[in-house]
Write a protein that binds this ligand. Sequence first.
Ligand SMILES: Cc1cc2nc3c(=O)[nH]c(=O)nc-3n(C[C@H](O)[C@H](O)[C@H](O)COP(=O)(O)O)c2cc1C
Length: 296
Amino acid sequence: MRVPDISVEVAGLALANPLMPAAGPLTSSPKAAERIAATGVGAIVAKTISVAAAEVPHPNIARLPYGLLNCELWSEDPPERWFSEYLPAFKALGRPLIVSLGYKPDEVRELIPKAEPFADAFELSTHYVGTDPRPLYEIAKAAKETTEKPVFIKLSPHVPNIEEFARAAEEGGADGLVAINSLGPGLAIDIRRRKPLLGGEHGYGWLSGPAIKPIALRAVYDVSRTVEIPVIGVGGIASAEDVVEFFMAGASAVQILSAAILEGVKVFSEILKELPNLLSELGVESLRDLVGVVHG
Ligand SMILES: Cc1cc2nc3c(=O)[nH]c(=O)nc-3n(C[C@H](O)[C@H](O)[C@H](O)COP(=O)(O)O)c2cc1C
């Protein structure tokens, strides 16, 4: 049998392989992104940019036995720095670049034209929406009125009915979905200091890593059965087996963050090495053949 094909296509983006870093600290500066590109990932997703630099409590990341808890927001660097310095350097890495933006329709209308020269696609975070799916329709529509490039809407898991949110994004014109963002909020306490592990008013943070993998898989399964547009899976992925599981649930590409923080960025190169072997073992010629196979 030939070496299995791990190239994928998602919303018109042709990727040499399905792996990308999820929006976060792995891609919050050109130097960080350069380390990720060197692992061989198929695309880069930049840290979320908004209309002003975020002010983030400290400490903002805690390691737990089953994942990470974080209270990072969007980028702590001003958007002007992203447009004049960071995004040109990200583009020079020579990988498809997905620029993550937030959070309101007007903000996205303002940010997209500035990022457009560097972006191959956009990913819009909807982390701070409430229980109404309407804002997802509106943000997708605003973005599609501003750019012809593919627009992905990233879904958060703390919504009452994720399928409705997925449908709202699709009806607004989104070209794809990313599922899921971190889960919570949650709390972890340092019993010796008698304080939360994280800074901020209550010490709340968002859970990611192995603990959320079953929830992310279920979300990918549910939304990919609901909409026609492709889904990028994210949440707790740490191995080639996990990648295959997400494809079987309905993902067309995947993102990784916590595993690369917990185990180092080598997780990307290790998965890229292992994935063709695993597909051979499973008798699969192309990763694309696995998308949604458990849907029945
Ligand atoms: C420290 C940290 C920072 C993050 N920052 C962002 C962000 O800026 N924008 C965003 O859309 N998601 C952000 N996320 C969520 C991740 O992109 C991802 O959706 C989530 O962590 C689940 O994937 P994982 O289990 O592989 O980490 C962040 C997650 C962590 C742990």
